[in-house]
Design a protein around this ligand. Sequence first.
Ligand code: GLN
Length: 198
Amino acid sequence: MKEFKETRIGVLALQGDFERHCHQLGLLGVESAPVSLPGDLERIDGLIIPGGESTTMDHLIDRFDLRRPLLSYGRSRPIWGTCAGMIMLAGRVEDNQSGVEPLGLMDIDIVRTGYGRQVFSFEDTLRVDLGEGEIDLPATFIRAPRITRLGRTVSCLATYRGTPVLVSQRNLLASSFHTELEDDTRLLKYFLREFVLP
Ligand code: GLN
């Protein structure tokens, strides 16, 4: 797609579902770049932190010396965190027996796996306006984080049964759910248009 020509998006590739994001980026003609080293962040226009397992991701972020580089990247550059990626962006993890240390870039609190365990994973459609009028966006919740507090400067873009599930703050976007499992690229396009290209 011409609109996104010469855009290069990094996908944190320590663990989790990064390949599906690379696939969707490819559908839009966007170059994707796996990020696993601090230097990888220097050559990208935006970053996706995928779903996966936040305890493992947290551990690997330190193991690969990525914590400080991610913090400084996220202060001004575009990041979209999905599912475990949202957990990593959060300010506080409420139910934190596992000791995940989130990056604290976004002013939200969450409960990990706040919609129930793997067997209670579900799909639904969300009513959301991604800039072209209200649409029904299919969303898959897999051991998804539940937002329990939104900071004053965080915007809620979509809710599921009254709970925010798609939120933004400055240069950051976070979703409790997955959209990359199918080929529906509308939320990815929204991230590129609203956060990366401006
Ligand atoms: N609940 C998982 C965690 O704590 C996240 C699940 C997901 O990313 N699909 O990491």
